[in-house]
Design a protein around this ligand. Structure first.
Ligand SMILES: N[C@@H](CCC(=O)N[C@@H](CS)C(=O)NCC(=O)O)C(=O)O
Length: 215
């Protein structure tokens, strides 16, 4: 536990990590960042694996968890839901509205995130350039952007009001160029993207750790 009872965020600046910096910035709660340099293998350190057995960041420790006792969480979607419930923000407790948020949050967790992650991998990082894989994931991200674009045609945000579903998606859409996408093809998504980036907490969350990454 840290001296000031801050939430500890185990983090590296990537689309999954940004979900949590953005959420914490939106909530305005104090937090301490513990950098997990995934390029250097910090995610395999035994202390980190204690709280994140999947050797992936983000993870958090909240010293002031349920019943006032410490709690740790991994999986960005679970962390967003936990923080949304704890602070009663960006995750409505009305069941119908919560279901709308959950649908789009899980769509991100099971669809946009993994597919965009594979697009990044095969387009940028794989030693071998495999055309089939590049096309498959680029096309799938294109399809998913189309899904968002249609949804955003008649909704300002994915689940109606601004929510953890939007927070989960913005970091991935921020990397659209790496995924071989052109936002001009998706006018409603483009409008949402600009609205999201204009939020100070989103802009700040996307910058946390940038310098650390460049070192
Ligand atoms: N489903 C996980 C995915 C987390 C994830 O994939 N994190 C990546 C960075 S974006 C990571 O820590 N990678 C470390 C590795 O690949 O060893 C979540 O949403 O929290």
């Amino acid at each position: 536990m840290n001296a000031n009872n801050d939430i500890e965020l185990y983090y590296w600046p990537t689309p999954n990590g940004w979900k949590i910096t953005i959420m914490l910035e939106e909530l305005g709660v104090p937090y301490t960042v513990k950098y997990i340099n995934i390029g250097k293998g910090d995610q395999f350190e035994p202390d980190f694996l204690e709280i994140a057995p999947n050797n992936r960041m983000p993870a958090i420790i909240d010293p002031d968890g349920p019943d006032g006792k410490s709690i740790s969480l991994f999986e960005s979607g679970a962390i967003l839901q936990y923080l949304g419930r704890k602070y009663n923000k960006f995750y409505p407790d009305n069941e119908r509205q919560r279901v709308a948020v959950d649908k789009w949050l899980f769509w991100q967790m099971g669809g946009l995130g993994p597919m965009a992650g594979q697009a990044h991998h095969f387009r940028l990082y794989a030693d071998e350039k495999i055309t089939y894989a590049i096309n498959r994931y680029t096309d799938e991200v294109n399809r998913l952007y189309g899904v968002m674009n249609r949804r955003l045609a008649d909704h300002e945000f994915l689940a109606g009001d601004y929510s953890i579903a939007d927070i989960a998606c913005i970091g991935w859409v921020a990397r659209y160029q790496r995924q071989g996408q052109d936002l001009n093809e998706f006018p409603n998504l483009h409008r949402w993207f600009k609205t999201m980036n204009a939020r100070p907490a989103v802009a700040k969350g996307l910058l946390i750790g940038k310098q650390e990454q460049e070192n």
